[in-house]
Design a protein around this ligand. Structure first.
Ligand code: ATP
Length: 194
């Protein structure tokens, strides 16, 4: 079986950019967050469970998951968010296991925002954290999504503090400069993993 490296980072850290570089270097990446977004539309079983939890409005008139509605509904409802996660996370885990079976490279990467929060790092060979200063991350997300500083800050406040992630990570990429440097660090880290 391939070794699985858990790839993570907070909002705007650059983890998706690193994942794209990893693919350019020839290693497969499983995008947990993207797969989670797809699975809620693919699985009838999930649809039923999610509607039961959040109401029929969780899906729009075309039968598609209404991300905005759900996000607003659970944003300040910890219990409901947890219940939603208890529906989605096991489905993603199964989807990942199926993906993993098909892989032939000796090393594969699993991108998840919640690697440490969900203790998924325990099921990985190693963890790779992408981190950057809060103000730099905020600026990047403001530019990318047109969000306000306050909006980005609100998300950061709900995520595990960077200093805690740094303590837990096996490998760390500090993404405080430019994309060239980021790519170089990515190359170094992935070819150093043994
Ligand atoms: P999120 O969790 O919010 O999806 P992320 O960790 O996946 O974020 P990216 O989407 O990879 O982060 O990066 C955030 C934004 O910052 C993107 O627009 C990306 O192009 C840009 N970016 C990332 N790293 C750098 C860098 N070193 N220099 C310039 N721009 C960067």
């Amino acid at each position: 079986a391939p070794k699985v490296i858990g790839l993570t980072g907070g909002i705007g850290s650059g983890k998706t950019t690193v994942a794209r570089f990893i693919e350019e270097f020839g290693f497969p990446v499983y995008y947990s967050d993207d797969r989670a977004k797809a699975i809620v539309n693919e699985s009838e079983d999930l649809k039923i469970k999610i509607k039961e939890l959040l109401g029929d409005e969780a899906y729009d008139s075309n039968g598609l998951y209404d991300r905005k509605f759900v996000a607003e509904k659970v944003f300040n409802n910890k219990e409901q968010l947890q219940e939603l996660n208890e529906i989605i996370h096991p489905a993603v885990r199964i989807d990942f296991e199926e993906w993993l079976k098909k892989q032939t490279k000796y090393l594969v990467f699993k991108e998840t925002a919640l690697l440490f929060e969900l203790k998924l790092n325990r099921q990985c060979y190693k963890s790779l954290l992408v981190t950057a200063e809060d103000n730099i991350r905020a600026k990047r997300v403001m530019d990318r999504d047109g969000k306000t500083y306050r909006e980005v800050e609100a998300v950061m406040e709900k995520q595990m503090p960077e200093k805690d992630k740094i303590k837990l990570a096996d490998c760390i990429i500090y993404n405080n400069t430019n994309l060239e440097d980021l790519k170089e660090q990515t190359e170094q880290v992935i070819f150093d993993i043994e």
